[in-house]
Write a new protein. Structure first.
Length: 413
């Protein structure tokens, strides 16, 4: 797997100073966590789950979640679970070459199942058996540790490892979890501190089992009957923004090393806008692609772009998405710029502190305060690559959209 793997070698060499690294299930967990990028959710009730997995992987999706929780109606859970287990089995047979021995392997992303309970997590594992080999892990909803609930998920995970990891492929593809922080106990002022302390303690205790931490802004907003419009970002919703800040404060510290993924952007169709557009004209004029700006504004995706930028500014990496048209935006903005990369190299390449002008001669680099930023930036560069000196975000987005044949109005997963 590799980000922008749908581009030819010639295209990669033209737009990248350093191309993204190739990744597989044995890649270091910190790199895989950063490389998740836009994690696409797909309801377990969707017809042809296997086809959806391959289709979206070919379009550049690097991580995908088959969901058995909120996207599935309560009376359809059994049907969805059956479909997910069947999809894992078919993907496993494809991987083993059982369905078409001479066929080239079809693309597949890092794949997760979002379960409802620890009991369902164990049941899916038991029913899947050797097909767990195609899975990267599980997504854990409404994660909090009142009455030891979070610990039950980890106990089940360890039981799964003991029962199914016999030193073969399962050892290579260790299952990890991605907890979603979204319970009301976390956002209510009187319970927030204790809830976050409990969550932090259990996550640190099981650090090697956690790939990334996700934020469920939809559930957090629902505790107050709120929902942001496409004109606003989640950072304009004060009670949720303060919760995100507290999560980053607890789990995003450099010495703890948890990758925290951004909340979902719920909108994907044009509606009437109230506020002014938020995309400057100049970058699109300079890239000779004013039409791309027009298309983005028609879909109101300037709000999504602003939220991605604010995610990154607040220590958030990647994003939950529910529509394929969002993937190219998240990934294009995740590429490290030529300027950022050379700043990071200059900072990490010098020992003993001090401050010097940046290689671009437009800012001051302080070696000790900026080192953590530089290390994070180089990890992102490994996952998403470094743009060539003349390559802009506009170039990357337009190229991605053309190469994947994905219009902004494209269909859902």
């Amino acid at each position: 797997m590799r980000h922008f793997g749908f581009l030819s070698d010639e295209q990669l060499s033209l737009v990248f100073h350093t191309i993204p690294q190739r990744l597989d299930f044995s890649s270091p967990a910190p790199l895989l966590a950063v490389a998740l990028g836009a994690t696409l959710y797909c309801p377990g009730t969707r017809p042809d789950l296997v086809g959806a997995v391959h289709k979206q992987a070919a379009r550049g999706v690097m991580s995908m979640v088959l969901c058995l929780e909120d996207s599935v109606a309560d009376d359809e859970v059994d049907q969805a679970e059956d479909a997910v287990v069947a999809a894992l089995a078919e993907l496993h047979r494809e991987q083993a070459g059982d369905l078409a021995p001479d066929a080239a392997p079809l693309p597949a992303p890092l794949l997760f199942v979002r379960v409802r309970t620890p009991e369902q997590m164990l049941r899916v594992a038991e029913r899947s058996g050797s097909a767990l080999d195609v899975l990267s892990g599980f997504v854990l909803p409404k994660f909090e540790n009142q009455d030891g609930y979070a610990d039950r998920f980890f106990a089940v995970l360890h039981e799964i490892h003991e029962r199914f990891d016999q030193g073969g492929d399962a050892a290579r593809r260790r299952l990890r979890v991605m907890p979603i922080l979204e319970s009301p106990v976390m956002i209510h002022a009187e319970t927030r501190t204790a809830a976050l302390e409990g969550i932090t303690e259990v996550l640190q205790r099981h650090r090697e089992d956690v790939l990334a931490v996700r934020i469920g802004a939809t559930d957090l907003s629902s505790a107050f009957g709120l929902r942001r419009s496409r004109d606003l970002t989640i950072y304009d919703v004060g009670v949720v923004a303060s919760m995100i800040a507290d999560i980053v404060n607890r789990l995003g510290r450099h010495d703890r090393g948890f990758v925290i993924s951004g909340p979902v952007w719920e909108h994907y169709a044009d509606t009437e806008r109230l506020l002014r557009p938020q995309l400057r004209m100049t970058p699109f004029v300079e890239a000779d692609d004013v039409d791309l700006r027009r298309r983005l504004l028609l879909e109101n995706f300037d709000g999504l772009l602003r939220e991605i930028a604010l995610d990154q500014a607040n220590g958030i990496t990647g994003k939950t998405v529910i529509h394929p048209s969002h993937v190219a935006l998240v990934h294009a903005m995740s590429v490290v710029s030529h300027e950022e990369y050379h700043d990071a190299l200059a900072i990490t390449g010098r020992q003993g502190g001090g401050a010097v002008a940046s290689p671009y001669r437009n800012k001051m680099n302080e070696m000790k305060p900026h080192r953590a930023w530089a290390e994070r930036t180089l990890l992102r560069a490994a996952a998403f690559g470094v743009a060539a000196e003349e390559t802009t975000y506009v170039d990357l987005l337009e190229l991605s959209m053309r190469a994947t044949s994905l219009s902004l109005a494209g269909g859902a997963a």
